[in-house]
Ligand binder design. Structure first.
Ligand code: NOJ
Length: 530
């Protein structure tokens, strides 16, 4: 497995351990359950699993509120179960990264309990306290549906504490060297245990400074580089993946000169994939990628369609957001904060052609793709569940009671109706050569045969139809042409300046003439010269 740039070619798979597979019948997914399902994950072609937080937590934010950085919550098992999972995954050539939540802890964390117990506690300065809530005015409120201020009042010690997310998630004070050292220890602890890296939660907000928006400050980057330095010196194959919801220029600062993050989610690209489809227009995608600075050789974008949060619409204009709400979230309960709290298949009306089309973009645009568990079989969501829980329901393995997820009482209601496990499950889709799972698996496996997808340059091909998105990816002498029809009418495509007409479509091994290609509605073609 030795390969320092492995993440550039990798296919990632994001998992909620609670929702994936229960091994002991208590109704909650756990680490042993996930270990049992590694064959499924391997078969799909996954190179790296990202597991969402498994730390002890009061679960006010599904584990992104950590009460102990050095342990696994009982619900998921023991540290030994995690070691078992890592060993079993590594045996299959699969790596595992986990969430690292630097910015804040749970209000139940012993540091915060001590901090709020007494103004003179040595832990007081682990958090950001103030006599007034007028400091850092104008800083945006991220969880605006629930929180009305970034300050929360503490009755006992008569001061406010700072929080960028829920008030139950007080921000750590990174101006305190003890906090900085503490978090380096956390990093070292998990990497020593065998974890292959981190999806770093909310790295944007570590420091606060008056007169700024308290985002992506120079101090923040300096500290993040310290983590990278530790990793490079002690765990050279481990990676850091940035969850920073910013515009491309600011986002690319997280790569710095190749000495900060290895990877960063391309947040502005994601909604534009949906927008391009909605408008039958390639421009949203081509423009944002043209605006994206090139990144150092050892860095990589992480591309995704959906994840465990709402489909974020922070990185679009007001007008584009309205259009996307109208198209993809027609009912008010589908909107959360600014985004859309639905899964991929329902967002696209369960339209198989559109689901495959956006997946084709996921697997062929520059970067490494991250599949959200269950989206490969077209799972649905449950809008009756609060917050973002509706997209975190149990994985649907088969049509037996409780979807084969648990022998006990599932921690949450299973999806009913059209997307219920009786109709949508892995067992049925593995057995059916025409299933969505098979189509996704095919794309994943073809992608894995060509370095061009993870490493190649991209060049957009001009066409006379704005609803055709065509580009060529090129690397080390290999060239693959990707042609997508974003609309619902038949179109034709001519590869300009190409006199040799014989191309092979990698997806079905058929020879096609690229001098006049017929593009069916929402079709996608991965073409290579014969
Ligand atoms: C981003 C995570 O994706 C989200 O689920 C969480 O609520 C916030 N960060 C706060 O940790």
């Amino acid at each position: 497995m030795h390969n320092e740039l492995w993440y550039k070619d990798a296919v990632f798979y994001q998992i909620s351990v609670r929702a994936f597979k229960d091994s002991n019948g208590d109704g909650h997914g756990d680490l042993r359950g996930l270990t049992e399902k590694l064959d499924y994950i391997q078969n799909l072609g996954v190179d790296c699993i990202w597991i969402m937080p498994i730390y002890p937590s009061p679960l006010r934010d599904d584990g992104y509120d950590i009460a102990d950085y050095y342990n696994v919550s009982d619900e998921y098992g023991k540290l030994d179960d995690l070691k078992g999972l890592i060993a079993a995954a590594h045996e299959r050539g699969i790596r595992i990264i986990m969430d690292l939540v630097l910015n804040h802890t749970s209000d139940r964390h012993p540091w915060f309990r001590a901090s709020r117990s007494d103004k003179n506690s040595p832990y007081r300065s682990y958090y950001v306290w103030s006599d007034t809530d007028k400091k850092y005015e104008g800083v945006r409120i991220i969880f605006g549906d629930i929180e009305k201020s970034n300050w929360a009042w503490d009755d006992k010690t008569q001061q406010y504490y700072w929080h960028r997310f829920f008030s139950s998630q007080p921000d750590l004070n990174f101006d305190n060297p003890a906090v900085q050292a503490e978090m380096l220890n956390v990093v070292r602890f998990w990497l020593t245990l065998g974890i292959d890296g981190f999806r770093v939660d909310a790295p944007t907000y570590l420091f606060e400074r008056e007169g700024t928006n308290c985002e992506s400050l120079p101090e923040t980057h300096t500290y993040l580089k310290r983590i990278r330095y530790l990793i490079d010196n002690e765990f050279p194959e481990a990676i850091m993946l940035a969850e920073s919801n910013q515009w491309p220029q600011e986002l690319s600062q997280y790569f710095s000169s190749g000495d900060e993050f290895h990877m960063a989610f391309h947040f502005p690209l994601m909604p534009r994939i949906f927008l391009s489809l909605a408008e039958n227009n390639a421009a949203p995608i081509t423009e944002i990628l043209k605006d994206t600075p090139s990144i150092p050789e050892n860095c990589q974008w992480a591309i995704f369609l959906r994840n465990h949060d709402e489909l974020s619409l922070e990185m679009v204009t007001d007008e584009e957001r309205k259009l996307m709400w109208h198209k993809f979230a027609p009912e008010p309960q589908m909107i959360h904060n600014l985004g859309i709290r639905r899964r991929l298949a329902p967002i696209l009306n369960n339209d198989r052609c559109k689901i495959e089309l956006v997946n084709s973009l996921l697997f062929t645009l520059p970067g490494s793709p991250i599949i959200y568990y269950g989206d490969e079989i077209g799972m649905g969501d449950n809008l009756n569940l609060p917050d973002r829980n509706g997209v975190r329901t149990p994985m649907q393995w088969n049509s037996s009671p409780n979807a084969g997820f648990t022998k006990g009482e599932p921690f949450t209601e299973l999806i009913q109706g059209q997307y219920g496990f009786q109709h949508v499950n892995t067992e049925a889709q593995l057995a059916n050569p025409d299933s969505l799972y098979r189509a996704i698996r095919r794309m994943v496996h073809i992608r894995k045969e060509h370095h061009v997808f993870g490493r190649g340059s991209i060049h957009f091909i001009e066409t006379n139809d704005t609803g055709i998105l065509a580009y060529v990816r090129e690397h080390g002498g290999e060239k693959i042409f990707m042609i997508h029809n974003l609309g619902n009418s038949i179109k034709s495509f001519t590869q300009p300046g190409e006199h040799q007409s014989e191309y092979i479509n990698l997806l079905n091994n058929e020879t096609q003439d690229m001098q006049s290609m017929k593009l069916n509605p929402y079709s996608y073609h991965w073409m290579k010269k014969k």
